[in-house]
Ligand binder design. Structure first.
Ligand SMILES: [Zn+2]
Length: 369
């Protein structure tokens, strides 16, 4: 198997980075007309900054208001909007689903894409894949693209004003990155781009975990003060760039499969991707028989920042055995990354791991009081 590493062509991050959007695009030759796919809050908050930045760079733009779910129907609506304004580049501005949709629209129309995450809530912005959901919010499939985004631009002044829960969800997604990559390497399985994991991807995934442990708590405090601080900058980079490169070129395992399984249980639709991944990570670590000290480290961090680690935290405290089985069956469906473990994982094994992880996390919380 060949080793493969991929990344966005350019990554830009910092306070008021939006002001540099047009000029950064121009440096990459992304000119003409930009269709900005944006959800409501960023569209309101950033309209003026986009106006000035695009005008200064001589780039035309139109804003398409995102419908709320990255579904096939929404992707088609976005494509129609892009054709209408003869867009030459797609710019996504918003949370994970907006960016997923922007990438899908751009890929279908064979246009370059720029991602401007306005929350640091997932590892998606740097990747060359989207998660597609049904109109009902259940996980449907991954879409893989030929290229990573041409530009990822993160305005940390915007992130500093974003809801704490979204930043914390991004930490949940990022918390799993190193462990999933490590598993893929141990099992000699393929990463998300069909290659063996490079040392570079492993090192970035490890730095991702270390940055969370060091800066995650302080970043929450910075957010509470709506302040851009060095800890917040590093944490945003971990959630967005390190986790993004780490999961895609490192690889995924049980944690993300558990996320996909959880989406079959309607109560979890109220929870964010990274929140479900955080619980999925506890399942993975228990399934892999990791040492107590490591589990305690992960549970302590998760609890400090407010990530779910028990079924009850995901409103599944009274889930029936049938619900658990359904989650386990979905999480171990053919093609799922649960099969990237170095040992066979079937639905029965995974259902036990779900229950055991829940019990382990409850016991930890009881001990801590
Ligand atoms: Zn993820």
């Amino acid at each position: 198997m060949l080793s493969i590493f991929c990344a966005p062509a350019r990554y830009v991050q910092g306070r008021d980075a939006t002001a540099a959007l047009g000029s950064e695009m121009k440096k990459l030759g992304l000119e003409g007309v930009a269709l900005v796919v944006a959800s409501r809050t960023p569209a309101k908050l950033l309209a003026g900054a986009w106006e000035r930045s695009f005008a200064a760079a001589g780039i035309g733009h139109a804003v398409y208001r995102f419908g709320g779910e990255c579904s096939r129907a929404e992707i088609e609506r976005g494509k129609a909007a892009a054709r209408e304004v003869k867009a030459t580049v797609i710019v996504g501005a918003g949370g994970g689903k907006v960016l997923d949709a922007a990438r899908a629209i751009a890929a279908d129309l064979d246009l370059p894409v720029v991602n401007c995450p306005t929350v640091a809530s997932s590892d998606a912005p740097c990747s060359a894949l989207s998660v597609v959901y049904g109109e009902d919010g259940a996980f449907e499939s991954y879409l893989f693209y030929r290229r990573n985004p041409d530009l990822v631009l993160v305005d940390t002044a915007v992130i500093a004003a974003s809801p704490r829960r979204l930043l914390v969800a991004g930490m949940g997604d990022a918390l799993a990155t190193w462990f999933e990559a490590e598993t893929v390497v141990a099992a000699r399985k393929a990463n998300q781009v069909g290659g063996a994991t490079t040392q570079s991807a492993s090192a970035l995934a490890r730095l991702c975990y270390e940055t969370l442990l060091r800066d995650g708590r302080a970043a929450c405090d910075a957010l509470a003060a709506k302040a851009v601080t060095p800890a917040l900058e590093r944490l945003v980079e971990a959630n967005t760039l390190l986790s993004g490169l780490g999961f895609e070129s490192g690889g995924l395992a049980v944690a993300h499969s558990v996320h996909n399984g959880l989406t079959t249980a309607p109560p979890t639709h109220a929870f964010l991707h990274g929140e479900k991944v955080a619980f999925g990570l506890v399942v993975q670590l228990v399934l892999e028989g990791k040492p107590d000290a490591l589990l305690d480290e992960v549970l302590s961090f998760a609890s400090d920042v407010g990530l779910p680690t028990r079924l009850d935290d995901l409103d599944l405290g009274d889930a029936s055995p049938e619900v658990i089985d359904r989650i386990a069956i979905r999480a171990t469906a053919p093609g799922e990354t649960a099969h990237n473990e170095p040992f066979p994982v079937d639905a029965a094994v995974l259902a036990d791991a779900l229950r055991a992880a829940d019990a382990r996390a409850r016991a930890w919380h009881d001990r801590r009081g």
